[in-house]
Write a protein that binds this ligand. Structure first.
Ligand code: 5AD
Ligand code: SF4
Length: 440
């Protein structure tokens, strides 16, 4: 047998991409590839790109530029671009960067082995189709190797919401849900291999409506079934749209014991005028009401959000509305971004808020979020929370894991990766909590 070839994958962006990169590595196993952490000794380099952040394509071009000496030294090296930038600009990438051998969009990863075989030695391979099939079905079965205690599981891809700023409906395509049996099979397989926490992934995960044995299942129905899998201890899901928070999903947060008290529910803005301009199809008031209902079902739930500041047309008064909404909701975690135009989206045609104004707003918003986040974290001190331990910490004898609320927690003591133990929180730092394992 010939020596294995080495595959280096660099992953940008969301958890969906982290998951896809793992699947791509598995798909290329039968073609003789094993993964490596270094681009220098790779036989194939794959950039799994994200288009959601600013200047994504430019960053990919400069990253590719850095691989030029490697390609010059090793002409057989195959270079591929995957992910949302590949989907959006595949042909342009091939034209601008002749050293790229392969371009593959997120819906075509099952065709990666064939594309890899075709590409190289001057031949190019490009696939950015949206086929009508479940790409994960065609990917190689996972080898039965032990896994880390937490895993992602994609249940849904794409989005039909068309928020005016967002490329996802264009790069990932229309909303498609995977059938129930495939998800349950994958979940059981993960659990057999040591996984204790599964995060269900989808760009619009709570719009899930996959085919089940008795008609379409909602996300809540799926979560209830996963709840019955022995050995699976925790269930999470991300990312949700407020308009798809159905009654059964809200109720599940109160009743389903394995569903964790953490919800990422982006609102983007607290101004109805801006929400309308963003085509979000909800108001600030309806979002706040929704949060109230979720908290009625699960009072201790930790709410996380996404915000965009400086959306075209955003005035000081609109921004004040966003700050007021944040005050009202009280976030335990949030991601905030300065608006940046994505070519092809409706908002890209509109005139921008002055950069200095947007910078100032972002700073103020982040200061408020940090304050709330810290207060919620500090209030954990003295409480006992369950922690799923994931890996050794930075200090000798230390282990780190995540609480039910997704706070990073470190302890010193006799625990193993994959253990779930009650921990009494004794300190709150900028990025994590510290505690002591409670005996018994
Ligand atoms: N500009 C700034 N932020 C954006 N996001 C999506 N598109 C843009 C854009 N054009 C943010 C949103 C979304 C998160 C994943 O990224 O807040 O929820
Ligand atoms: Fe993008 Fe999310 Fe809006 Fe869909 S719901 S268009 S993924 S921001």
């Amino acid at each position: 047998m010939s020596a294995p070839k080495k595959l280096f994958i660099k992953t940008y962006g969301c958890q969906m991409n982290v998951y896809d990169s793992e699947r791509m590595a598995e798909a290329l196993g039968p073609s003789g590839y094993v993964t490596t952490d270094s681009a220098d000794d790779a036989d194939m380099i794959l950039l799994n790109t994200c288009h959601i952040r600013e200047k994504a394509a430019e960053k990919i071009y400069s990253e590719l530029g850095r691989f030029k000496p490697l390609k010059a030294a090793k002409p057989d090296l195959k270079i591929g671009v995957a992910g949302c930038v590949a989907q959006a600009e595949g042909e342009e990438i091939m034209r601008r960067q002749p050293m790229v051998d392969l371009v593959v969009g997120p819906q075509s990863y099952h065709r990666l082995p064939a594309l890899e075989a075709k590409a190289g030695g001057g031949a190019k391979a490009l696939d950015t189709d949206f086929p009508e099939e479940d790409k994960f079905d065609h990917l190689a079965a996972r080898p039965k190797a032990k896994r880390a205690p937490t895993a992602f599981l994609t249940v849904q891809e794409g989005c039909d919401k068309f928020c005016a700023f967002c490329v996802v409906p264009y790069t990932r395509g229309a909303e498609v849900s995977r059938p129930v049996d495939r998800i349950l099979t994958e979940a059981r397989d993960l659990v057999e291999r040591g996984v204790r926490e599964i995060t269900l992934l989808g760009q619009n995960v709570n719009a899930y409506h996959g085919a089940g044995p008795d008609g379409d299942w909602s996300l809540a129905r799926l979560i209830w079934d996963l709840n019955g899998i022995d050995g699976l201890e925790r269930i999470r899901f991300t990312t949700s749209h407020p308009n798809d928070m159905s009654d059964d999903l809200i109720a599940a947060h109160g009743e389903c014991e394995k569903l964790m008290p953490y919800l990422h529910l982006p609102v983007q803005s607290g101004s109805d005028r801006i929400l309308k301009a963003m085509n979000r199809k909800h108001t600030a008031e309806s979002y706040v009401r929704l949060i109230e209902r979720i908290r009625e079902a699960r009072p201790d739930i930790l709410i996380s959000g996404d915000f965009i500041v400086g959306f075209p047309g955003e005035t000081d008064a609109d921004f004040d509305d966003t700050m007021a909404l944040i005050e009202e909701v009280n976030y335990g975690q949030a991601f905030s971004f300065k608006y940046s135009p994505r070519p092809g989206t409706p908002a890209a045609e509109r005139s921008m808020v002055e950069a200095a104004v947007a910078d100032d707003r972002l700073q103020r918003l982040q200061a408020l979020i940090t304050k709330q986040q810290r207060a919620i974290q500090d209030a954990m001190v003295g409480r006992t929370v369950k922690v799923l331990f994931e890996k050794p910490g930075r200090l000798e004898g230390q282990m780190v894991g995540k609480s039910d609320y997704l706070h990073a927690v470190h302890v010193t003591g006799e625990v193993a990766t994959g253990d779930i133990r009650p921990v009494r929180i004794t300190e709150s730092g900028p990025n994590s909590l510290g505690g002591e394992i409670v005996a018994g």
